[in-house]
Design a protein around this ligand. Structure first.
Ligand code: ADP
Ligand code: MG
Ligand code: MG
Ligand code: MG
Length: 674
């Protein structure tokens, strides 16, 4: 987040008139960095994670758990502490050593919600396998340091959303009246957002551009006592404070949906993001494309969002809610009205699954692209004229169909080509499930790719496991030159599928059948043996003919995608074989030098992913649903009350702090990984 400069933020009517200028300057800045950085080679294989917390005030004896809005004070306390890394948090190993004592202290960042904190390691992780073992202790260290700079009754928790955000009554500390001028929400006060002018302006200008409030509607989970049809009982149809109060009278709150009306309901969610640095531009583009089809699979595996605004939802993940919460499209762009002032119809929100592929890989068939991708042709031409190739120019010309939402007047005085602020303005408000990050203006680091779909997990063990898994699968993709391409529209479909309750065990996803298509030289050095060896399978398969694209993929369960199909393991006939991502990671680990201790620890992480995929261990979403369902305060009517929420958060605090052993029913969530 490099956009916290202070200045005069323009309201939407003014910002709109400057949009073309920002885009034009953004493209100039992009071309400047492109020309400077396109030939960069041999950048290190670095990577880093981002973990987000909700901050709650909790006490076992208090019937309410609340969101603490002290983000600024907590960040100030953290910033004022020069000695973070030696706080009493650095774990000591049995031999007395303190593995992280010499690392630079972690970094804490603000986030949209005033009840959120983001944290990253003090420096990116390197290529050594051993470093993967530091991720989990480092995440624990970060949680501990965060807690150390909070009040005794405040806790950082890693739930994706606060179950009663926007419920009637008090849900923040301190509490404010709802319906402020920026969000104009019925349910949350403006004070819910980080007060830095960027954030309320972002929310207000999205609303203003759209011409009404955002509409975040999630299907309610129909339980045995849920009245049906269900009308969200918290919606007030009688408000007349703002013109936008008419939205609900105009149908914004349909039956059987939990209705939410502000950016905070989406951008107040916590996730787990991983950024990889590629050795050069080509590899970065390859990583972007190859990780793209994995997005929905990892979303389903990490599902953790079954409750909104005090009600059980019929979906398990946060994604579509964030998408709706920042959807600034006009009625014309949405296709609800004929185009008059808007430039084009736009099928997706600016927060959505990836729109296109960007690699120049010969295996990327034209059929994989979205035939209806919207781009700005003039911008594409400028990029082509500036020396960018067609495919990458198409990607950026698509991102640049969006307007800049927050514009600071001071930034429009002169174009500074030693900065990337105007480019980043558009880039950083295109929230796709991957982000292709060019080097910064000073070209000091390389081309990076960010993997963004995963939901935050309750424990640092799980967060580390998913981070490590993504690192390993990325290495496997590069070493074995794997091919995950499927049509991008199928990835969109998978993203929808990932929302369904228990998608990880109940649904099937489009996935590529043969990851080893031999249209390109095999670079892999895999020397493992056995049926699962990618080296063997790639050699023993004929080059895949270029047949119909539809034959290249089929529906698979997450279990099959992650663990492989039995037919493969046995080399059997009949059912179609698929090697599985974890067996591929294992083959890769067999083919490189990893010491035994490291391998054992990595095996624990892989085991979690395996068991999640098979259903032996549950997603947080499933686990939370059971907790609510079995709580004596739950009446079977989909409503998640204050006491249920308090008790749930109490258990989540314990599990997150490593005291899961005290929690009944934790076995299904974590097995032996307490
Ligand atoms: P953003 O919010 O824009 O995604 P952050 O700075 O919050 O970015 O997080 C980026 C992550 O990338 C952090 O984990 C950081 O450690 C990591 N990182 C920093 N530099 C590099 C690099 N050169 N290569 C890979 N990862 C990096
Ligand atoms: Mg960040
Ligand atoms: Mg963040
Ligand atoms: Mg990020």
């Amino acid at each position: 987040m490099g956009l916290l400069a202070l200045g005069t933020a323009l309201d939407w009517p003014d910002a709109k008139t400057k949009a073309d200028q920002v885009r034009a300057w953004g493209i100039k800045q992009l071309l400047e960095i492109w020309n400077k950085a396109k030939g960069k080679e041999r950048d290190a294989m670095l990577w880093g994670d981002e973990v987000e917390y909700l901050v709650v005030t909790y006490s076992k004896d208090d019937p309410k758990v609340l969101l603490s809005l002290r983000q600024a004070d907590i960040l100030a306390a953290l910033a004022g502490d020069k000695d973070l890394s030696t706080a009493g948090c650095v774990p000591t190993l049995p031999d007395g050593s303190r593995p992280l004592a010499n690392d630079p202290p972690p970094v804490f960042h603000p986030e949209f919600g005033r009840f959120m904190l983001e944290t990253t390691p003090g420096k990116p992780w390197g290529i050594e396998f051993k470093e993967l073992l530091n991720v989990e202790p480092n995440m624990k260290l970060r949680r501990c340091i965060a807690k150390d700079h909070m009040l005794p009754n405040e806790f950082p928790i890693t739930l994706t959303t606060f179950p009663r955000l926007g419920s009637p009554g008090v849900f923040t500390e301190p509490s404010y009246p709802v319906s402020g001028p920026k969000l104009r929400s019925q349910f949350v006060p403006d004070e819910i957002a980080n007060p830095h002018i960027r954030f309320p302006t972002l929310a207000a200008n999205i609303r203003s551009r759209r011409g009404r409030k955002v509409q975040v509607n999630v299907p309610v989970f129909r339980d045995k006592n849920t009245p049906w049809p269900w009308k969200d009982p918290t919606v007030n149809y009688d408000l007349h404070n703002w013109p936008e109060d008419d939205d609900v009278r105009n149908g914004a709150a349909p039956d059987n949906f939990i209705h939410m009306d502000a950016m905070a309901f989406g951008m107040g969610s916590c996730c787990l993001q991983i950024t990889f640095q590629a050795k050069n531009l080509t590899e970065g583009r390859q990583m972007y494309d190859q990780l793209s089809p994995l997005g929905p699979i990892l979303l389903a595996l990490t599902a953790a969002t079954p409750i909104y605004k005090g009600f059980l939802a019929d979906t398990d993940v946060r994604w579509n809610q964030i998408s709706a919460a920042v959807d600034d499209r006009t009625a014309e762009e949405l296709g609800e009205k004929p185009l008059e002032t808007s430039r084009w119809r736009i099928p997706k929100s600016r927060y959505a699954s990836n729109s296109t592929y960007i690699s120049e890989d010969p295996r990327l068939r034209p059929e994989y692209f979205d035939p209806d991708l919207v781009i700005d042709p003039a911008i594409k031409q400028q990029l082509l004229d500036g020396g960018m190739d067609d495919r990458l120019a198409t990607h950026f010309a698509h991102l640049f169909i969006r307007d800049p939402i927050v514009i600071f007047n001071e930034d429009l005085e002169s174009l500074d080509l030693s900065k990337t602020d105007h480019f980043e303005n558009i880039q950083s408000t295109n929230w796709q499930h991957m982000r292709f990050k060019p080097p910064p203006a000073d070209n000091s680091i390389g081309w990076r790719v960010e993997f963004r779909p995963m939901e935050i997990q309750i424990t640092d063990f799980e967060n580390a496991a998913f981070a490590v898994f993504m690192v390993l699968i990325t290495r496997v993709i590069l070493s074995f030159d794997l091919n995950f391409y499927i049509p991008i529209r199928r990835v969109d479909e998978n993203m929808e599928t990932a929302h369904r309750r228990d998608a990880v065990i109940k649904e099937k996803f489009w996935f590529r059948r043969n990851l080893f298509s031999a249209q390109r030289a095999q670079k892999g050095s895999g020397s493992g043996s056995g049926a699962n060896s990618p080296a063997r399978s790639s050699n023993s398969r004929p080059a895949s003919p270029v047949g119909p694209v539809e034959d290249e993929y089929r529906l698979m369960s997450v279990d099959e995608i992650i663990n492989g199909s039995a037919a493969y393991a046995g080399g059997g006939e009949g059912g179609e074989d698929f090697p599985g991502l974890i067996p591929l990671v294992e083959s890769y680990l067999d083919s490189v030098n990893v010491d035994v201790a490291t391998r054992c620890q990595l095996a624990r992480y892989l085991e979690l992913i395996r068991k999640r995929a098979s259903g032996e261990l549950w997603t947080a979403a499933r686990w939370i649903r059971r907790f609510v369902g079995e709580h004596e305060g739950y009446k079977g009517d989909s409503e998640v009350g204050e006491v249920v929420t308090r008790d749930l958060v109490g258990e989540v605090i314990k599990i997150g702090e490593g005291r899961g052993g005290e929690v009944e029913g934790v076995k299904e969530l974590l097995g032996g990984f307490l």
